[in-house]
Design a protein around this ligand. Sequence first.
Ligand code: ADP
Ligand code: MG
Length: 696
Amino acid sequence: MNSISESFGKLVFNDKVMCERLPNDVYKALKRTIEMGKSLDRSIADVIANAMKDWAIEKGATHYTHWFQPMTGVTAEKHESFISPKSNGAVIMEFSGKELIKGEPDASSFPSGGLRATFEARGYTAWDPTSYAFIKDNTLCIPTAFCSYGGQALDKKTPLLRSMEAINKQAIRILKLFGNEDIGRVITTVGAEQEYFLIDKELFEKRKDLIFCGRTLFGAKPPKGQELEDHYFGTIKPRIKAFMADLDDELWKLGILAKTEHNEAAPAQHELAPIFTTTNIAADHNQITMELMKKVAQRHGMVCLLHEKPFAGVNGSGKHNNWSLTTNTGINLLEPGDSPEENAQFLLFLAAIIKAVDEYQDLLRLSVASAGNDHRLGSNEAPPAIVSIFVGEELSSVLDAIESGNACVRKDKQEMRIGVHVLPRFFKDTTDRNRTSPFAFTGNKFEFRMLGSSQSISGPNTILNTTVAEELSQFADILEKSDNLHGDILDLVRKTVTEHKRIIYHGNNYSDEWVDEAKNRGLLNLKSTVDVLPYFIADKNVELFTKHKVFSESEIHSRYEILLENYCKVLNIEALTMLDIARKEIYPAVSEYIKELSQTALSKQQLIPDDCCEVEKSIVTKLSALSSSLYKKIEALSNALLETKNYTDLLACARFYKDTVLETMQEARVVADEMELLTDARLWPFPTFSELLFKV
Ligand code: ADP
Ligand code: MG
């Protein structure tokens, strides 16, 4: 036990280390930057760099890297060693303030969506002092933002930091109205629950679809799926347990507060939840967590799949983004307190969030859009593609009362009886659980549940922060002029509830009735990435981002292009992989089986002339028919891929990929999966779902 608390964070240049190793004035200046967002005095950078280097070398580091998050969704790093030559041929270990603050990686190989054409290939990385440096693989990693020569953000961190700044500014205006003069800063906090699959490495290596696409493109449903619901929270197998222990150990050393690990709904699916922290750090930590999951799995002879839908017909993986607002004095602004109806400040923040989610449904949906997540949102395990809010019974009655002008009749907090008298009695949460809502209030935070498992949480949080900042700024504009604050707050909350209550929904979000009702309420139902991406460049959204300085207009357009391009590329890789597997693996295997069966039938007839070889004939007939059907689909797919080359308009091209390429892939898969069920297991060319899901 003791050794864990000793090793926790030992690879992080955290507050404790800074306090120990930096001169007092430098430490204080750096702290001001970290906690209050003040810009850093350049003159102290050398001192910090030197202390960082000494500390890192003591821990065995030989290199440093500016660690950043380009638009690829994964992290990037370029290692530089600390060595610096001396005139006498010897070397010394050096690291200057300049090297800490700024790096110049070549930006030309990262997605820039047109920004590169207009600006230089050169890119800059700039130290983000609000996220601690850490050591990974003997390298000192310095979290950095990544931008172009012209200052355009080329990464996921920059807009996130800008959005945190925006919401801080507006939240402070609101807090001032309530006389909170002592609060210097409002930060958003996030706890990102991460789902993933673990499968055997040897089996993984036999499947090109998993290797190239991260998901299976073929595979019939196994006889047993998740219908018995025996995996969720089930006993963890020793091999998985060892993986989790090893992973926790690695994460803890990096100061990542991995807290909960359990089995998820699907076989071979698991979840890790950390304790929440500042959004910026939570985003960095989630990237490291995903990277380490993959690395540690390899060590245990397994592969970690982070794709949103690795297996059709089996639950996919998502990420739950628990989000709240906290002051630098430690107050959670989404804590309703004992009597929410009296807590005007809470209600004002709640109203702002409700309004933000309603007015920017499109952006929230967009923030989770990807080719991978399209397989998940709207199937009956994940939230649907329709954005709505769950606030819970109690808050709902408070909001109803405000809207109708009636006094709120509060049911006394119901005591929950568990029925076993030795267990402690406790009070029921003010919010019951609704597991189907895409955006649920869970007591003192919102849980945004639409995120895909492989995506960076930066995008969704950038959108959340910016849209809520906008609503807070509208509220502040009104209330700062008010001479009847409490009356006006009530009016504002009432007006907001009346205008935006259509976004509140407490029923089953997976049901067909909701799809119809949402339509009647005028809510958006943007089913695919291609449907939602054009909203990025809509006037109202451009206005929002530029007003709060989160994205410039050219950044928005570049990101829009990157997202479209990425969608097309992913589908192209999947389609090519499918052609390859069908032609080089499935046809030959099935032909082989047909040949064997035919030969068996011939030999049998020689031996027993009146045997009509019913079994052989029937299987051969079915497989031959399926083979020609698959052949047709695969040729159609191949032609469709050729056709994509004719498109010059990216959006039209993406639409073609979705409507034609993906559709044809789907049809080909159905045929191939039927073939799998009829073919001798010995000859089937790659591991089946049964093996992948149950042999870990
Ligand atoms: P559940 O299991 O119901 O989803 P938990 O209470 O286990 O909920 O919390 C889930 C996640 O929410 C954890 O990562 C937790 O750290 C995070 N969380 C709790 N409070 C906050 C908060 N104020 N801000 C952001 N995240 C939070
Ligand atoms: Mg959760």
